[in-house]
Design a protein around this ligand. Structure first.
Ligand code: XIL
Length: 313
């Protein structure tokens, strides 16, 4: 097994994984993350609650640890995430701030967090999960206080902090063409029309085996036709437990479909999986009775999905 990294490098594709800072001390975990992937996403360590849990009190130890790992292994870094309704400390959420105050707080957070790693993080999820399933804007303290303009404000601030970083808006359930991805498409067009510095769309890719949309490539294409980059940022394809051979085979076909969709579109520059192995996946914690969503199993053994990804590269 030569790893996914080498073929991805040859194709110029970012092939990434999310990692947790506290797991990097485990040798087999860090070896696998280094061998298989050329790109690293901070799974939690750059989120607002991790970085600035109290107003003005920043803590970057875990994020620094992930940066050191990526740099030691010559990997690109995807920054996740600056403005998001979740894992947001209550001092922001329930602070009762006016619009000018929340703008200042958000600007400061972006300047400090992004500024620390300016030039070191190639791509950023500046805004995460702005949409409801019907394509309208999700209710959040940012939307409630600042209106839709919070997205443009965040992107403009981010561009000023690190003009070389590629700036993304990221969301889930926008893999195929549907009401939610229509909402993202409308937002992208409107931001580009206004001259807002948007570089790409992150399609999270939290999918279910046997239920992967058939029009992922067409959906990616409509964004790249706008001149945007697309990355599949958080791919996992879960199944009902227990695992069976038939489910693993279905999952492998589904991974191949996602990889092929990205590889078929020149503007689709990367695919990252959301965890190094099934032992480190968020899925069992959040989706009851489901799991086994990643290409490598709990024992670090490659699954059929791994070979499907490897073959697609
Ligand atoms: C998840 C992490 O994997 C978990 O460890 C954490 O407890 C909750 O967040 N969409 C995102 C990610 O953008 O940040 C989420 O990550 C998964 C869904």
């Amino acid at each position: 097994q030569s790893g996914l990294r080498e073929p991805a490098d040859r194709l110029g594709l970012r092939m990434g994984t999310a990692v947790s800072a506290h797991l990097l001390d485990q040798q087999v975990y860090s070896d696998t993350a280094a061998t298989e992937f050329n790109t690293i996403t901070h799974e939690n360590s750059l989120k607002w609650e991790s970085v600035q849990p109290q107003r003005g009190q920043y803590s970057f130890a875990n994020a620094d640890r992930v940066m050191e790992f990526a740099q030691a292994n010559d990997q690109q870094v995807h920054g996740h995430t600056l403005v998001w309704h979740s894992q947001l400390p209550s001092w922001v959420e329930d602070g009762g701030f006016s619009a000018p105050e929340l703008t200042d707080i958000t600007t400061e957070h972006i300047e400090t967090t992004m500024g620390r790693y300016a030039g070191e993080i190639a791509t950023w999820d500046v805004v995460n999960e702005p949409f409801n399933e019907d394509g309208t804007f999700r209710d959040s303290v940012f939307h409630r206080t600042l209106g839709e303009d919070y997205v443009a404000q965040a992107l403009t601030t981010a561009d000023a902090v690190d003009p070389d970083a590629r700036l993304f808006v990221n969301d889930y359930n926008i893999e195929g063409i549907n009401a939610k991805s229509d909402g993202m498409y409308a937002l992208a067009r409107s931001l580009l029309d206004q001259g807002v510095p948007l570089d790409g769309i992150g399609i999270q890719g939290h999918l279910i085996a046997g239920q992967v949309p058939g029009d992922i490539r067409q959906n990616i294409e409509r964004f790249t036709d706008l001149g945007l980059e697309v990355v599949i940022t958080e791919l996992d394809i879960r199944m009902d437990l227990p695992v069976t051979q038939a489910k693993l085979d279905q999952q492998a076909a589904d991974y191949a479909r996602v990889m092929d969709a990205c590889l078929a579109v020149p503007g689709c520059s990367g695919v990252s999986v959301w965890g190094v192995t099934d032992a480190h996946s968020w899925v069992p914690d959040v989706f009851e009775g489901q799991g086994a969503a990643l290409p490598i199993d709990e024992a670090y053994e490659p699954k059929p999905a791994y070979w499907a990804v490897s073959e697609a590269l």
